[in-house]
Design a protein around this ligand. Sequence first.
Ligand SMILES: C[S@@+](CC[C@H](N)C(=O)[O-])C[C@H]1O[C@@H](n2cnc3c(N)ncnc32)[C@H](O)[C@@H]1O
Length: 330
Amino acid sequence: MKFKHIPVKLEDTIIIAANSVKSFCNKHNINADDCLIIDATVGLGGHSLKMLEAISDVKIVGIDRDPTAIKIASERCENYKNRICFFESTFDNLEGARDFAREYFNNKKLQIALIVFDFGVSSMQLDDGDRGFSYNKDARLDMRMDSSSELSAYEVVNNYSQTELVEIFRKYSDEKYANYIAKQIITDRLAAPINTTLQLADTIKKALPIKLQYTNYISSQKRIFQAIRIEVNNELGCIEDALDSLFSVANSGTNVIFMSYQSLEDKLVKSFIKTNSELSADLAHLPIVPDALLPKLIDLTKKSQKLASKSEESENSRSHSVRYRVCEFS
Ligand SMILES: C[S@@+](CC[C@H](N)C(=O)[O-])C[C@H]1O[C@@H](n2cnc3c(N)ncnc32)[C@H](O)[C@@H]1O
């Protein structure tokens, strides 16, 4: 199956990646040969492939929890197989990915110059009807990025209580009709289990006020599918764990790029950067702040870069909701 995939914010990412590697090498007096980029969400390898083309000698380890994504990315990056390796895992295991790369490239000196997070699902996962991510393609309710994990959309829809459903619909997608939709799910599944994406889409539509059933039911279907996907893959929990684990792998000068597509993801990233890049108020009065208490990060996010440009939005609808943030470990 062929997938059309345009990486989001590609140009900015390549420029930042090239600059990060250059300044990291200068700072640590090493060659690009000893620099590692962790592409924490390698997906179809779009960003990785361009970074390999643009930056000589640097090594990349691509993480993904989806083995199908890893297979496609490794085929696309075949020409660079001496500079890229793949690590099937959730992206909170950054230390594991770094150690795997050191072993794979037989280079214990490899240091991380850049980490890239491009959150969410890939176009392949959405377009592949069999994966059950999409409200308009019929499939068994699944939505697992990694098919070995236990929880699937089927269990959430058919086993969660009404209260639990309302909670995830509110928390993860701010759905106004969360109550009605959860109630309709309970009613429908009492008659027979809700097995497929189109059955669920129909249940959601039926729960809405009549006027919306004829006009705008798709936004609710989109939001409910998103909420279930976030729950199934513990997406926000993984981001929190990954943010924590950055401290155990980053060196002075390591840059991190984050691409978020929904407000809860961006909220976690924004708060992580803010908390760690500002001097705590109770230290501000000190004439000299001890090194150990100085902020651990520098916020490099540029206002002009935070959103996709109009021209990118018109070429790539996925870029429409991106929030792009960058920071550097000090
Ligand atoms: C938006 S796509 C990345 C696209 C990629 N940057 C490219 O240009 O091809 C996000 C990828 O991250 C993976 N992913 C999402 N959450 C993950 C997690 N917690 N751990 C590892 N991979 C994850 C998904 O399986 C998906 O392949």
